[in-house]
Design a protein around this ligand. Sequence first.
Ligand code: SF4
Length: 228
Amino acid sequence: MGGVLSGGQKLGDARVLRRRLFRWHRSHRRQFPWRKNRTLYRVLIAELFLQRTQAKQVVPVFRSFVRRFSTPAHLARANLRLLLRMVKGLGLAGRVPRLREMGREIVRVHEGRVPTRREDLLALPGVGPYVAAAVLCFAVGRDEPIVDANVVRVLRRVYGLQTNRSRPHTDNMFWDLARRLLPKGRAADFNYAILDLAALVCLPRKPRCAECPVMVSCAWAADHAEKT
Ligand code: SF4
């Protein structure tokens, strides 16, 4: 299924999809503290927290966390029991030592500043490709695709894609597709829009196709037209 956007027709569809998505997003954008003040450290912490828990539940934990540990240096000196108390509700109890180690690594290797090179981000304890890409996109401003299970759900449905990976978001096909869909210079807006569409409209069990801005471009909606 790779190369789904290789033809001129499909690229034309992508432009329609972007335009419709952006128009919808102007009035449906979700507001979160990590979207307003996008420093490298805040985005890094938010993305680590969002890996296992829904955004709404992350908000209060994120707010108290960045108040208490406002820099990597503060995190590096954190008391493990306090850290555990703060993040255990996010399903991150087992990752607490790595979280502090990440702060220490940033202090030790990068003089207390979150790095902006992908390889340096990936070398930090607990940071994988998704979190690294999110930091590069949302905090550094690069045109980076981000692909998690929610983004995959939208891409699979819109383009009628299948994968045999048990963790579809690790399939390069989706990263390639997401990269090709990015409008130059507006990757952050586009990625936020896809994430918001997945959270508000393209729901896992019952997608709300009738109110979806990209329904005209969606293979899944065409296949299920009679049911929706
Ligand atoms: Fe998801 Fe339906 Fe929208 Fe397709 S039309 S992206 S299946 S909500």
